[in-house]
Design a protein around this ligand. Structure first.
Ligand code: KIV
Length: 266
């Protein structure tokens, strides 16, 4: 695969070809996933849960993220590397710029920030300084304590209207990508139509421009033994991890994943 850039992702959106994204935290899986055709490797702060064993993403630090990005960079075979800014790493403008510099220098091609309309300001500053940013809307796990748990977002009309407006405002501020987590499929479809930038979904239906899953979940390795509704175990019926990764990419491209059973209604 030739190197995936922002231009590649924009072309995929325009052509209607779905984008395959997976979380990835080390060199070996970066090699395997990028070889399997995964276009975007997300070094997610979910590593706090699946690698470190915490019950949320809140304990993850910028140093943790930089360590894992550096490994992913070494194994990567041409995918775009998207990296989470962890909890409170972008609470102020100074922290945001400083921590983005650390992660970009460690190997990130794009950073991801969780929030809502308030992200317009940091995203505008980052865009001006040449740092592509992805805005993560809907269920934002860093805010689990204010959301009262890991729940579907945007089911009420007012919430849905606000999310649509935020998505458009963030695109105008310079966001290069949106990620929607646990959002009704109909709302995610509307947002994907309303913006020109690629929209990636997790628990957001089949009409987004691409899909992402947590690597350990799609390999059937959930620590609790229970997976969220939007997860499919791609190891089922496969005899190797490489085959499961390829099956995921094919299912995303063929729009056979997510199926109705993985989606949320309004
Ligand atoms: O940290 C992460 O893995 C994520 C995904 C759940 C999208 O943000």
């Amino acid at each position: 695969m030739s190197d995936v850039t922002l231009t590649t992702l924009q072309s995929l959106k325009q052509s209607g070809e779905k984008i395959a994204m997976l979380t990835c935290y080390d060199a070996t899986f970066a090699h395997a996933a990028s070889q399997a055709g995964v276009e975007v490797l997300l070094v997610g702060d979910s590593l706090g849960m699946v690698l470190q064993g915490h019950d949320s993403t809140l304990p993850v630090t910028v140093a943790d993220m930089a360590y894992h990005v550096a490994g992913v960079k070494r194994g990567n075979q041409g995918a775009l590397i998207l990296v989470d800014l962890p909890f409170m790493a972008y609470a102020t403008t100074e922290q945001c710029l400083h921590n983005c510099a650390t992660l970009m220098q460690a190997g990130a091609h794009m950073v991801k920030l969780e929030g809502a309309g308030w992200l317009a300001e940091p995203i505008r500053l980052l865009a001006e300084r040449g740092i592509p940013a992805c805005a993560h809307l809907g269920l934002t796990p860093q805010a689990v304590n204010i959301l009262g748990g890991y729940k579907v977002q945007g089911r009420q009309d007012a919430q849905a209207r606000q999310m649509r407006a935020d998505a458009i405002a963030l695109e105008q501020a310079g966001a290069c990508m949106l990620l929607l987590e646990c959002v009704p499929s109909s709302l995610a479809a509307e947002i994907s139509q309303a913006v020109k930038i690629p929209v990636i979904g997790i628990g957001a239906g089949a009409a987004t421009d691409g899909q992402v899953l947590v690597l350990h979940d799609m390999l059937g390795l959930a620590l609790s033994g229970r997976s969220p509704k939007f997860v499919k175990n791609f190891m089922t019926g496969q005899d190797s991890i490489a085959a499961a990764l390829s099956a995921y990419v094919q299912a995303v491209k063929a729009v056979s994943f997510p199926a109705a059973e993985h989606c949320f209604s309004a």
